[in-house]
Design a protein around this ligand. Structure first.
Ligand code: ADP
Length: 194
């Protein structure tokens, strides 16, 4: 099972990714988490990525693509994986196609979490108070939303054209949203294909 979860910053992708990965017995691969782990360990990758993360900008594709290629090549991802935060640009979509099979036929579903912009900014400010993530200040949150709309939202149409998009309302309690995603996947047939 190979799934992508998409949505604007603050849509709850990371939380849902963990629940879904557990349900399907596949690893949740979050590029944001991998970058943050590298930043806190001050690895060479972390040192390269830090300034982009702090500014809310996307890390250059050359860095991100290589990192994802390595991660999905690990043994635990052989039976499938759930990608959270990748691909985020059309160039990354092509790169991923190259990694898993041309035309994206190897993908089972692309879940698109739909949320209201005001709601997500509120959630992110709330998370800033709890987790203190460096990129959760109001200005940077707005910048991340802008970049999302400009560079990542078009990916939804690209995957819709391949019949892969499963659109789910991301508003509500965590468990409720997870249930919604699972039943939407079932309806689209995504759960049947492994
Ligand atoms: P959010 O969805 O809340 O913005 P993430 O944890 O997914 O948070 O990502 C945090 C940051 O990591 C992004 O703002 C960006 O700098 C970097 N990043 C994550 N995934 C990618 C990607 N696919 N391409 C480029 N940069 C990325």
């Amino acid at each position: 099972m190979r799934i992508i979860i998409m949505g604007p910053p603050g849509a709850g992708k990371g939380t849902q990714a963990k629940h879904l990965a557990q349900h399907f017995g596949i690893p949740a691969i979050s590029t944001g988490d991998i970058f943050r782990a590298n930043v806190s360990l001050a690895t060479p990758l972390g040192l390269d990525a830090k300034r982009y993360l702090d500014a809310g900008e996307y890390v250059p594709d050359e860095i991100t693509n290589g990192m994802v290629r390595d991660r999905i090549g690990e043994p635990d991802a052989a039976g499938g994986f759930l990608l959270d935060g990748y691909p985020r640009t059309l160039a990354q979509v092509e790169e991923l196609d190259g990694m898993i099979g041309p035309g994206g036929h190897e993908l089972d579903a692309v879940i698109s979490l739909v949320v209201d912009e005001r709601e997500v900014v509120e959630r992110l400010l709330q998370r800033a108070r709890i987790e203190g993530r460096a990129d959760d200040t109001e200005d940077i949150i707005r910048r991340r939303q802008e970049i999302y709309l400009e560079q990542t939202a078009p990916l939804i149409d690209a995957y819709r054209n391949r019949g892969l998009i499963v659109e789910v309302d991301g508003f509500g309690e965590v468990d409720e949203v997870t249930k919604r995603i699972l039943s939407a996947c079932e309806l689209s047939g995504a759960e049947m294909i492994r």
